[in-house]
Design a protein around this ligand. Structure first.
Ligand SMILES: [Zn+2]
Ligand SMILES: [Zn+2]
Length: 148
């Protein structure tokens, strides 16, 4: 069970990846490769990559809520576009009421869509072109702007 260094409370559910749901502080994340430790947002902004060595490092709370459609389209979790979409959701959308509503609606609908997409190569190619690529491009721009 993750525990927050800031307020000392343990919790089971994340509201945003890497963030204490009780006090809102970023949790500390340590890179498995170089042992570099930083606030979770440093890793999230790099799309889950260690800011020092680039090794992919799992941020607590991030994995369970992967983007169903993007994952179905690419067949694995780690594609750069998938990480960019997750980053958009975890850093930008959750801050706005409309964004949270969108995320909730999306997560309600996407497992069914993802199953359909996973079954058909044509749908996969289509989803990649019309949904995932453009969304990832927007996500990249929004998260870059959000950081400044
Ligand atoms: Zn806390
Ligand atoms: Zn590292």
């Amino acid at each position: 069970m993750p525990k927050c260094d800031e307020c000392g409370k343990s919790f089971t559910q994340f509201r945003a990846a890497g963030k204490c749901p009780k006090c809102g502080a970023w949790l500390k994340v340590t890179c498995d490769n170089c042992r570099f430790t930083a606030d979770a947002d440093e890793f999230l902004y790099g799309g889950g990559a260690c800011p020092k060595c680039g090794q992919h490092t799992e941020v607590p709370g991030q994995k369970k809520r992967s983007c169903f459609i993007a994952t179905a389209v690419y067949g694995k979790d780690q594609a750069a576009d998938v990480l960019r979409l997750q980053l958009l959701r975890d850093t930008v959308l959750v801050k706005h009421r409309l964004g949270r509503w969108f995320v909730a609606a999306y997560e309600l609908l996407s497992p069914g869509l993802a199953r359909a997409v996973a079954r058909s190569a044509t749908l996969r190619a289509l989803a990649r072109t019309v949904i995932v690529r453009p969304a990832a491009r927007i996500a990249g721009r929004m998260t870059a702007a959000n950081r400044r």
